[in-house]
Every structure is written in structure tokens, then in C-alpha cells.
Design a protein around this ligand. Structure first.
Ligand code: S3P
Length: 183
């Protein structure tokens, strides 16, 4: 038995217990993450929400007033900060996992779960919202998703996000169990 398995706490290997939910915008990371955290008895952290609270501005305003690179800097700092915690479920923003350093940190400190939600569903969810500065026309969305897929596919686990949030949580828990990450 290796050292990590020998130190199981609450049925989960200690030291790499965070769960990072990643995937495209409107994939359902926040809704699924909240329920998943309750099931696991973990705290839930939504990266975008914390950034908005700290800056006192919406994501859209931060992009407009300071630009995307400023937002990416805040995102990177926050992910590094969260990675020092143990036993949290984290909803990552849709663009954060494209960054190599963010990916490396998340993979080293938890299980990365790609919430793979079909583009049609994403398009219909985004139709009536203007909270996401990078959600432009339908073609641009498809191109953006395609350019990000190679990064998303580097996650530890891939779970379909096309069912209800409850079904998705059940599927994630099953994958975490199957892969020996929880009992
Ligand atoms: C972004 C996704 C958003 C938010 C920001 C940028 C992206 O988060 O971080 O608008 O680059 O895809 P969600 O994935 O929660 O929508």
C-alpha cells in the first residue's frame, strides 16, 4: 500500500483531496459543484464568485474595466491559493484550465473532472444571459470550445453534463469511486 492510500481520511486519500470541476462556460460547474460538495461533506468554492466578491465588480465589469489579462492574473492567484487547501470542491472558470500552470496545480492537488456538456445545451443556456464577456456568436463559441478541448481532455475524469445536476453528481461520485478516489 502506498503512503497516500495508507493515510485515507474520511474515505478519501488525504493530500490530494480537492475536486476541481472544469469545462466550458455554462457547462453546469457551479450547480453541480454545490451539490457534489454537500455529498462529499466538502466546502464549495466558485472561483468566479470569489473574484467578483474580492474586486467588488462583476466578471463582465472586470473584463471591461481592467481587461482579460488582469482577470486571468486574479484567477491564477486564486487557484494557487485554493490549492493549498485540502478537501474542497472547486468550480473553475471555463478558461482557467487552458493555462498550463493552473492545470499543473489542479492536477497535483486534487482530482480534475471535465464536465463535458454538449454545445447545443451550452448555447441555449447562454442565449438569455450576458454575464459572460467571452460568450459571443454561436460560431465563435464552437471555435472557442474546440480550441479548449485538448486542455479539458487532460483532466483525470470526464463526465457528461447533459443530464440533470443530480444525475451528473451521481455520475461523478461513481467515477470517483471507480477510480479509487473515494470509497
Ligand atoms: C470564462 C468563463 C467564465 C468566467 C469568464 C471567462 C471563459 O466562467 O471565468 O467569463 O474564459 O470561458 P464560467 O465557465 O463559470 O462561465
Amino acid at each position: 500500500m502506498n503512503a497516500v492510500r495508507a493515510r485515507r481520511v474520511d474515505g478519501v486519500s488525504s493530500g490530494k483531496r480537492n475536486v476541481y470541476l472544469l469545462g466550458f462556460m455554462a457547462a453546469g460547474k457551479t450547480t453541480v459543484g454545490r451539490t457534489l460538495s454537500r455529498e462529499l461533506g466538502y466546502e464549495f468554492i466558485d472561483v468566479d464568485e470569489v473574484i467578483e466578491q474580492r474586486v467588488g465588480r462583476s466578471i463582465r465589469e472586470i473584463f471591461r474595466e481592467h481587461g482579460e489579462s488582469y482577470f486571468r492574473q486574479l484567477e491564477k492567484q486564486l487557484i494557487a491559493e485554493i490549492s493549498t487547501r485540502d478537501g474542497v470542491v472547486v468550480a473553475l472558470g471555463g478558461g482557467s484550465y487552458v493555462d498550463e500552470e493552473n492545470r499543473r496545480i489542479a492536477l497535483a492537488t486534487g482530482t480534475c473532472v471535465f464536465l463535458d456538456t454538449p454545445l447545443d445545451l451550452i448555447r441555449s443556456r447562454l442565449k438569455d444571459h450576458d454575464t459572460r464577456p467571452l460568450a459571443r456568436g454561436p460560431d465563435e463559441l464552437g471555435n472557442l470550445l474546440n480550441s479548449r478541448l485538448p486542455s479539458y481532455l487532460q483532466a483525470d475524469l470526464r463526465v457528461s453534463g447533459k443530464g440533470t445536476p443530480e444525475e451528473t453528481v451521481v455520475a461523478i461520485l461513481a467515477e470517483l469511486r471507480r477510480s479509487g478516489r473515494i470509497r
